[in-house]
Design a protein around this ligand. Structure first.
Ligand code: NHW
Ligand code: EN5
Length: 412
């Protein structure tokens, strides 16, 4: 097993010995990197997808909405919107050649895809330039033909040639070898709809009315000074996040431009209606000092309800980056208020459920704010980089808040 992954520069499951040395696993000799694309299955050809081209992003949306990730028992399939895909694939430094498609030669139909965008992450205080890999997808009729290893080899080749030798990616699949493994948690906002789609069950000892009451939220946010983030908050938010994210073993390092992109889609694309909005960001401006003391954000993905249901989709808000200036002893209370306001804002924007992973400082509020354990798990991976395993739910050391969770990167 792992016939492909065995050959790749990733830590293998059976590896032993000195794990204390972090760093590149393999040094890449550019002379040995092929200059031409790998040969593809007969009848198929390589293509690139331009996320700024509406037709092409529409083709990608079609592929993913039919063939991308489903939950364990295929009750739901993640449905990233075209606007979301454009946003996810055009962050600063993006290149068309890293958005790789496979087309059937005769019909020109898009049947497979993999993408990468460049980023810098900080691993135990070392800055590492990586490619963030996402949206790997193969048409259901082309599965199990070893096409995935080919897509991975091809994007690896194109990254090596551009001088990027490391990657980060997440997957529900268990591969050699996760650096972190995080459970999904879900906070119902519209419990009845979740029940009707099969997302939530009715606990044996409860009633629908009691479940609805349990998840009731106030209609307005509670933290004094909380307001939508604006363009002129960018500098303050950048400093705030930079300082806060340092507490994690692995965290992103954003430039101002990257932060503007990742938190500010709306300002960049003002014409899109509210229903197409994909990212929300709020700050807390101190009522007296006007200092920006906190930030919280979330993004939107729909899930298609696949089994018979009176609803077609559920709208999910995913907790994205947040930060606070609050000191350790007050952090728990502060975050509970801040994230509760994110729940209230998401409910107001008509989301059905609010998702978060068990990472960062999320243990400080998940239980209190009535998030429940999901049936899915997300594994984090690094390519061509060795690092000690970081704290996650398999370690109890992030529970007492003496030490925060080790993973600070959120991938879309
Ligand atoms: S995770 C979402 C992945 N997509 C889906 O789950 C969508 C539905 N499934 C499919 O489309 C987010 C197919 O089942 C896929 C596999 C395409 C998953 N990651 O072609 P074969 C991401 O996008 C291995 C990596 O026959 P298939 C992250 C598997 O272990 N590897 O299978 C993507 C086996 O290898 P092995 C995965 O079912 C990160 C081989 O693929 C995988 O037709 C990519 C079988 O291939 C997964 N999620 O297609 C890595 N799932 O060694 C980036 C299966 O066991 C690495 N496999 O024999 C870095 C590259 C850049 C480096 C730059 C320096
Ligand atoms: C690439 N960057 O498994 C990301 N979702 O728990 C791609 N479960 O929604 C990888 N099965 O538990 C994505 N409801 C990997 C995730 C794949 C999708 C996935 C899980 C995550 C999920 C839901 C629905 C389950 C339906 C049956 C779930 C329970 C919620 C309940 C609310 C009330 C309190 C108790 C829990």
């Amino acid at each position: 097993s792992y016939k492909f992954w065995k050959t790749q520069p990733v830590p293998q499951f059976n590896e032993e010995g000195d794990k204390s040395r972090g760093g590149a696993i393999r040094m890449i000799n550019l002379d040995e990197v092929p200059k031409d694309p790998y040969p593809l299955l007969d009848g198929f050809e390589w293509a690139t997808i331009d996320p700024e081209n509406e037709t092409e992003v529409g083709e990608l949306y079609e592929l993913l909405s039919k063939h991308y990730v489903e939950d364990d028992d295929s009750t739901f399939r993640l449905t990233y919107s075209p606007v979301f895909l454009r946003w996810a694939l055009t962050s600063p430094g993006w290149q068309k050649q890293w958005h790789i498609g496979v087309r059937a030669s005769t019909s020109q139909k898009l049947v497979a895809f993999i993408s990468g965008v460049p980023a810098n992450i900080s691993i135990h205080a070392q800055t590492v330039k990586v490619i963030e890999i996402n949206f790997l997808c193969i048409h259901k009729r082309l599965r199990s033909k070893r096409l995935a290893p080919l897509l991975i080899r091809e994007i690896t080749r194109r990254c090596y040639l551009q001088g990027i030798y490391q990657a980060i990616y997440t997957a529900a699949a268990v591969l050699p070898t996760p650096v972190a493994s995080c459970r999904y948690y879900h906070r119902p906002l519209n419990w009845l709809k979740l029940y009707e789609t099969g997302f939530s069950h009715l606990p044996a000892n409860s009633t629908k009315a009691r479940q609805i009451a349990k998840y009731h939220l106030p209609s307005t946010t509670q933290t004094p000074g909380l307001r939508p983030m604006q363009a002129d908050d960018l500098g303050a938010v950048h400093e705030l996040l930079e300082r806060y994210l340092q507490r994690f073993d692995i965290s992103p390092t954003f430039s101002i431009d990257e932060l503007r992109h990742w938190l500010f889609l709306e300002a960049d694309r003002p014409k899109e209606g509210a229903s197409k909005r994909v990212v929300w960001a709020f700050v807390v401006e101190h009522p007296e000092t006007q200092e920006i003391t906190d930030v919280v954000s979330f993004y939107a993905i729909e899930s298609a309800a696949l089994s018979h249901s009176q609803h077609n989709v559920i709208r999910t808000a995913y907790l994205y980056y947040y930060a606070s200036t609050e000191s350790t002893q007050n952090l728990q209370q502060r975050l509970q208020g801040l994230i509760n306001d994110a729940l209230i804002s998401a409910k107001k924007a008509q989301f059905d459920v609010f998702n978060a992973l068990r990472l960062q400082d999320n243990d400080l509020f998940l239980e209190k704010l009535r998030f429940g354990r999901g049936d899915g798990q997300l594994n984090y991976y690094l390519f061509n980089y060795r690092v000690n395993p970081v704290a996650n739910e398999n370690h109890s050391d992030c529970l007492d808040s003496q030490r925060p969770g080790g993973m600070g990167v959120i991938m879309l």
